[in-house]
Design a protein around this ligand. Structure first.
Ligand code: ATP
Ligand code: MG
Length: 439
C-alpha cells in the first residue's frame, strides 16, 4: 500500500497566520511541513509550518477519525501534509486557534535530517549549507529572508519613484571590467570569456540612452581568501546617473539606506524578534570623512602609513570603532581607484570617489566617472590596461557621453548590517566561495 497521498483537488483556503478565533467553526484547508509532533495521554499535537508561520492540529484518539489518527502516527518532522478541518478557538495555540482535522493527506514523508532545524543545538554553518533548503526552514533563516524580500521591494520602489530604469546587463563578457585577477574564465563556445565582476561599463553606457539606470544582479569575484564578508558570487545593487556627481549619488545612497532600514524595521518587527536583534540605527546625516583626514587619523595611532596607502586590516577596525555607524570615506587617491573614476578637476591626484562604510565593513563604492574619452584612454594606460581591449566601451564615448556618477552596493553586505549577521553566508541562499560550489 502506498503510504503517501496525491494532492488531487485539494487547494489551500488559508495560511497558518489566518487561523485566528474570528474563524471559529469555519471549514479550512491548509498545507505545510510538520515542525513538531507531541503525544500526551492519547492526544497528539502537530505543529505545522507554512511560509507565513505555524498552526496547531490536535488529534484525539477515540474522537478524531481512525484514518486521521493512523496517518498522524506515521508523520515526523518535515513531512509535507495537507489538513482539512474546522477551526476551534483555543488560547494556547499559535494565534489563539487550532485546526480540528476531519481529513489529512500525507503528501510526502521525510527522512530525519542530520540536525534538528526546529530547536536544539545547531551544527556549523558548513554542515547546514550541505542541506541548505532544509536549513532554510529554520525560524531565523525564514526571518532573514523575509527581511531580504522587504529590502528588495523597498529598493525597487525607491528607484522607481526616483525615475531610474531597471536594466539587465550581460554577465558573460569578453573583457574584464577592471582587469585584475579576480575574474572567472569560462568557455564561450570555443572562445575564452569571463563572468562579469560588475555591470560598471554597461551601466555607464546606458546613461547615454536612459540617463538614470539601476540593476540588481549577480557579479562574480574569484576571491582567493575565505572571509566572513566575501563570496565568489554576489548580488550587486548598482546605479548610474547622468548630469550628477559623486556628492549627488552619495545623497541618493544615503536616502536609499535610510528608507530601506525604516521599511524593514516597520514591516519586519516579528522577524527581528525571532532574530533577537534590534533594527539598525541610521544616523541623521552620514559623516563624510576625506581619505586624507583618515590617513591623519591613522597616523596619530601608528607610524608607517602615508598618503597613497590603502587603509586595511586593523586600521579599518579602528576607523569603524571611531566612526561607528554609516559613514563615507571620500576623495581617494586616483591611483587607488579604477580607471573609470574621475580625477578631481584641478587636483588630479585625488579622485571624486567614495566608499560607504558601516563600522569596519565596506558596503558600497562609487564616484563621478570619467566622461572624456581621451582621459579614459590615459587612465587605462596608467593602470596598465590595454585600450584596445575596451574598444567597444570607448566607442560609446565618441557620441556625447553625459557626465555621470554612480555606485555599486553589495546586497549581502547590506543585509549583514540590517540584520546584524556576522557571516555573509547566513544571508545568502546558496553561498559560493573558494571551497563551495554546491548545493
Ligand atoms: P572589499 O574591499 O570589501 O573586498 P571591493 O572594494 O573589492 O570590496 P567593489 O569592487 O568596490 O568591492 O564592489 C562594490 C561592493 O560590492 C562592495 O562595496 C561590497 O559591498 C560588494 N562586494 C564586492 N566584492 C564582494 C565579495 N567578494 N563578497 C561580498 N560582497 C562584495
Ligand atoms: Mg570597493
Amino acid at each position: 500500500m502506498k503510504s503517501e497521498d496525491e494532492l488531487g483537488d485539494w487547494r489551500r483556503t488559508h495560511y497558518s497566520t489566518q487561523i485566528t478565533p474570528e474563524l471559529n467553526s469555519r471549514e479550512v484547508t491548509l498545507f505545510g511541513w510538520v515542525s513538531s509532533v507531541r503525544t500526551q495521554g492519547g492526544i497528539t499535537f502537530l505543529i505545522v509550518n507554512d511560509k507565513e508561520g505555524s498552526f496547531q492540529v490536535t488529534v484525539v484518539k477515540g474522537k478524531t477519525s481512525g484514518e486521521v489518527v493512523e496517518k498522524v502516527a506515521a508523520v515526523g518532522e518535515h513531512a509535507s501534509i495537507g489538513v482539512k478541518g474546522t477551526v476551534k478557538t483555543i488560547s494556547k495555540a499559535p494565534n489563539g486557534a487550532e485546526v480540528v482535522p476531519s481529513e489529512i493527506k500525507v503528501l510526502n514523508l521525510a527522512k530525519k535530517p542530520a540536525f534538528s532545524v526546529f530547536g536544539g543545538a545547531l551544527p556549523s554553518i558548513d554542515k547546514r549549507l550541505d542541506i541548505r533548503a532544509v536549513d532554510l526552514r529554520r525560524d531565523k533563516a525564514q526571518a532573514l529572508f523575509k527581511i531580504q524580500r522587504v529590502l528588495l521591494r523597498s529598493l525597487r520602489a525607491f528607484f522607481d519613484e526616483k525615475g531610474y530604469s531597471e536594466v539587465r546587463s550581460p554577465k558573460l563578457i569578453s573583457t574584464a571590467t577592471e582587469g585584475g585577477a579576480s575574474l572567472f574564465s569560462v568557455l564561450y563556445y570555443n572562445r575564452p570569456a569571463f563572468l562579469t565582476q560588475s555591470p560598471q561599463l554597461y551601466k555607464e553606457e546606458l546613461t547615454l540612452p536612459f540617463e538614470k539606470v539601476y540593476e540588481i544582479g549577480p557579479a562574480f569575484r574569484a576571491e582567493e581568501s575565505r572571509t566572513q564578508r566575501h563570496l565568489s558570487e554576489i548580488t550587486s545593487i548598482d546605479i548610474e546617473e547622468a548630469y550628477v556627481d559623486y556628492n549627488d549619488v552619495m545623497d541618493t545612497l544615503e536616502g536609499l539606506i535610510r528608507r530601506a532600514a525604516s521599511e524593514v524595521a516597520d514591516s519586519c518587527a516579528r522577524d527581528f524578534e525571532k532574530l533577537k536583534k534590534e533594527p539598525v540605527q541610521v544616523p541623521k546625516a552620514f559623516e563624510r570623512l576625506t581619505y586624507e583626514s583618515v590617513i591623519e587619523e591613522v597616523k596619530r595611532k601608528r607610524e608607517g602609513i602615508s598618503w597613497g596607502d590603502d587603509i586595511t586590516g586593523p586600521d579599518v577596525e579602528e576607523l569603524g570603532k571611531a566612526h561607528g555607524s554609516f559613514y563615507f570615506v571620500v576623495d581617494w587617491p586616483t591611483a587607488a581607484k579604477p580607471f573609470y573614476i574621475k580625477p578631481s578637476p584641478g587636483k588630479p591626484k585625488v579622485s571624486e570617489s567614495f566608499d560607504l562604510m558601516h563600522g569596519a565593513l565596506e558596503l558600497a563604492s562609487g564616484g563621478t566617472r570619467v566622461e572624456s574619452k581621451a582621459v579614459l584612454v590615459r587612465r587605462l594606460k596608467e593602470q596598465k590596461l590595454k585600450p584596445q581591449a575596451f574598444e567597444y566601451h570607448l566607442s560609446a564615448f565618441d557620441y556625447g557621453m553625459p557626465p555621470h556618477a554612480g555606485f555599486g552596493l553589495g546586497l549581502e553586505r547590506l543585509m549583514m548590517v540590517l540584520t546584524g549577521e556576522e557571516n555573509i553566508r547566513e544571508v545568502t541562499l546558496f553561498p559560493r566561495d573558494k571551497l563551495r560550489l554546491t548545493p
